[in-house]
Ligand binder design. Structure first.
Ligand SMILES: O=C(O)C1=C[C@@H](OP(=O)(O)O)[C@@H](O)[C@H](O)C1
Ligand SMILES: C=C(OP(=O)(O)O)C(=O)O
Length: 409
């Protein structure tokens, strides 16, 4: 489905939106719920990625296909590796078959797991024969994807002797590791993260408990962008959010001050308010802790005519698409002066935004959602707009609710 987005009339917004649960928290909790049935979950994400995860955990078929869901692919690799008596072939979309998994597979093999590649070495599909693991120490590279580490942490407490992980290299996406540890702690599992070592104590069972998932902060980023581009006085209330978040992307509240967007924390909601014009100075940020909001921020800067230097983007090349190349190509088509390296993005100020450009989305939900706010500046076409459901089912309905007109092409 290709669509044309357009905003007619004024750009003063005043709306309330409820966003589904964090897909990161949800996919961790779904794994944990299978290991500890004492858990019940509220405000679970309705994203495709979480639906894939639920399906993977309930099927007894040999082939388990998780589509585009990176967390499902990585977390299920460890989960099935310790599922004694079960053999599965874990696979995913074409893109997933080109997203590396070798670092995690090698760590699990070092621990004694039985995993082999069905096709290309280092990539899904992988065949996993569940077995008992008693080794309690492992080393793993921490600089490619934190999901490999979270994957090991999620099963760690169910290993006879717990697990001590030594992280090698510069650790990336650290808030996601901390999110995993916080959830384990919330369940009563003891952990310790000091320097490059993480230790998880063994735990057989936990107390019965309800875990309420906070709504998804990465999804909130598109509303930050919309408010940044809208008239002073505009506001959007988003539910259900809290100040003490487990999600690293809650750093949006700080980052968007640059764009004159204030975040007011209420009881279970946030209000984003455009209070000032965007600061004209270059925005310099290291996003190694929050890679998923890089696209949103780059597009906001372009729309607001400010330069930016975004660093810490080394993980973007192995996400749903090579996001650095995708951003470079699509922003260039819109008239941006942009350059990218393997780990950074540099955008110059530019005063023109080309209208009626078709944005290619490359099977990447965040490409579609990050470019949507540009409709507040020029009519814009989004190709294959249905990709958004990977993380955000009702994204286009919510865009319409805040006044973006959508025509199917
Ligand atoms: O653990 C998680 O839930 C995630 C970790 C991050 O991946 P990397 O650690 O690969 O950067 C992030 O980009 C992804 O969307 C979700
Ligand atoms: C990178 C993402 O997801 P995953 O790696 O889980 O596919 C994302 O949602 O931006």
């Amino acid at each position: 489905m290709d669509i044309l987005l357009n905003v007619v009339g004024n750009k003063k917004i005043n709306e309330k939106i409820t966003i589904s649960g964090s897909k990161s928290e949800s996919n961790r909790l779904l794994i944990l719920q299978n290991l500890f049935p004492e858990i019940s979950i509220e405000n679970l994400s309705d994203s495709d990625d979480s639906v894939h995860m639920q399906h993977a955990l309930s099927t007894d078929k040999e082939t388990v296909d998780i589509g585009h869901a990176g967390t499902a692919m990585r977390f299920l690799t460890s989960y099935f590796a310790v599922k004694e008596g079960r053999e599965v072939v874990l696979t995913g979309s074409d893109r997933m078959q080109n997203r590396p998994i070798e670092i995690l597979v090698n760590a699990l093999k070092d621990l004694g797991a039985t995993i082999s590649y069905e096709d290309k070495v280092g990539y899904p599909p992988i065949r996993i024969k569940g077995s008992k693991i008693t080794t309690d120490k492992v080393q793993i590279n921490g600089n490619v994807s934190s999901q490999y580490i979270s994957s090991l942490l999620l099963i760690a407490s169910k290993l006879e002797n717990g697990l001590e992980i030594e992280l090698l290299g510069k650790i990336t996406s650290v808030p996601y590791i901390k999110m995993t540890l916080s959830l384990l702690n919330q369940l009563g599992i003891e952990t310790n993260f000091e320097g490059n070592f993480i230790k998880v104590n063994p735990k057989k069972s936990i107390e019965k408990q309800l875990v309420v998932v906070e709504s998804d902060w990465s999804s909130a980023s598109y509303f930050y962008s919309i408010i940044a581009l809208s008239d002073i006085g505009s506001e959007i209330q988003l539910s259900a959010y809290k100040k003490e978040s487990l999600q690293g992307d809650s750093c949006l509240a700080e980052i968007y001050l640059h764009f004159g967007v204030e975040t007011i924390f209420g009881e279970n909601f946030i209000t984003l308010k455009k209070v000032k014009e965007t600061k004209k100075e270059t925005l310099e940020i290291d996003l190694k802790n929050a890679p998923d909001i890089a696209q949103t921020i780059a597009v906001t800067c372009f729309a607001e005519n400010i330069a930016c230097n975004l660093s810490g983007l080394h993980t973007l090349k192995i996400k749903e698409t090579d996001r650095l190349v995708a951003l470079n190509d699509e922003l260039t088509n819109l008239g941006a002066i942009i350059s990218v390296t393997d780990k950074s993005l540099h955008l110059e100020t530019s005063t023109t935004i080309n209208s009626n450009i078709s944005i290619k989305t490359y099977n990447d939900h965040r490409m579609a959602m990050a470019f949507a706010p540009l409709a507040l500046r020029v009519p814009i076409k989004i190709l294959d707009a249905e990709v958004v459901t990977k993380s955000y089912q009702k994204f286009w309905d919510d865009m319409q609710q805040i006044g973006i007109k959508i025509d199917k092409l």
